[in-house]
Write a protein that binds this ligand. Structure first.
Ligand code: C2E
Ligand code: MG
Ligand code: MG
Ligand code: MG
Length: 277
């Protein structure tokens, strides 16, 4: 049986290797088919200011509904998309769709709304990434300052030179950048200081057990303090209870994304949710 240790790396027991590879290839074809026949879609999870409960933005999250009507979780198909290179085309579509939805939201009066978009390593290091980004902005007329790209901590470590260069170009366009799942990737603090990022997203794992007397509360608190001293904004991921929200607020973290406030939803549901606020 294969075990997924990280998003894009696998280890195998050799015995089942053929099975695993065949399964991966099958899934890759299915994913390509789904993308081409437009069975991938985006949902949006609100990000709120915990002090007011008001939405400040949303994260765009990819969904795959198979022909049989089953949902394949992104944690399963994103690694396949990355491994196969499909993520470059899918990622461009995500970028363009999320930009269009941002403009749509603005036309409905949500003019302060921020749209957070996940970007994979393979997209980020692609030679045409900046061009793709630029075109997505131009075609949608989305204001760059309302867009935030989420990169992961591990990307920050793979190719520091390229990362610093690309971040610089992104910032020149006026787009914001955040580090997703922060605290899980062991990036060095001196390295973090060199990166021109605007926000840290505290990983769900630390938020999840923040009130259970484990070391996670100290980690969350430390990330908040780190963000404050580096003048980065902080958002907590996976807030599910009032108690977690209160603890984060007491640490000085004001922004959150989590089921306690809202689950990821379709764009129609998002519009209704925002209207009801
Ligand atoms: P992520 O970027 O860290 O996204 C946050 C994940 O946490 C989402 O899972 C969201 O549904 C989940 N979440 C949010 N609040 C809560 C909560 O209170 N409790 C729990 N249990 N979960 C919560 P999702 O949508 O399954 O996505 C998983 C991962 O797949 C994402 O993690 C991201 O790494 C990747 N992903 C999703 N969409 C895209 C995309 O368009 N492009 C790329 N490159 N990756 C994507
Ligand atoms: Mg994310
Ligand atoms: Mg995350
Ligand atoms: Mg995550």
């Amino acid at each position: 049986r294969a075990k997924t240790h990280q998003r894009s790396s696998y280890t195998y027991f050799t015995r089942d290797m053929g099975v695993e590879i065949r399964e991966r290839v099958r899934m890759m074809h299915a994913l390509r088919g789904a993308f081409e026949s437009e069975r991938l879609f985006l949902v949006y999870q609100p990000q709120v200011d915990m002090r007011t409960g008001l939405a400040v933005g949303a994260e765009a999250l990819l969904r795959w509904k198979t022909e049989e009507g089953k949902f394949v979780p992104p944690d399963q198909f994103i690694p396949i998309a990355e491994y196969s290179g499909l993520i470059v085309d899918i990622g461009e579509w995500v970028l363009r769709s999320a930009c269009h939805e941002l403009v749509h939201l603005r036309s409905l009066g949500h003019t302060e709304f921020q749209m957070a978009i996940n970007v994979s390593q393979a997209q980020f290091s692609h030679p045409l990434f900046m061009q793709t980004l630029h075109r997505a902005l131009q075609d949608s007329k989305a204001p760059p300052a309302c867009i935030e790209l989420e990169i992961t901590e591990s990307m920050a470590m793979k190719d520091p030179e390229l990362l610093i260069k690309t971040l610089h170009q992104i910032k020149q366009l006026g787009i914001h950048v955040s580090i997703d799942d922060f605290g899980t990737g062991f990036s060095s603090l001196s390295h973090l200081q060199k990166l021109d990022v605007d926000k840290l997203k505290i990983d769900r794992a630390f938020v999840n057990e923040i009130n259970q007397g484990s070391g996670n509360a100290s980690i969350a608190k430390m990330v908040v303090q780190l963000g404050q001293s580096l003048e980065m904004a902080i958002i907590a991921e996976g807030v599910e209870t009032q108690m977690q929200a209160d603890t984060l607020l007491s640490f000085g973290c004001h922004l959150a994304q989590g089921y306690f406030y809202a689950k990821p939803m379709t764009q129609d549901d998002l519009h209704a949710w925002l209207k009801a606020k």
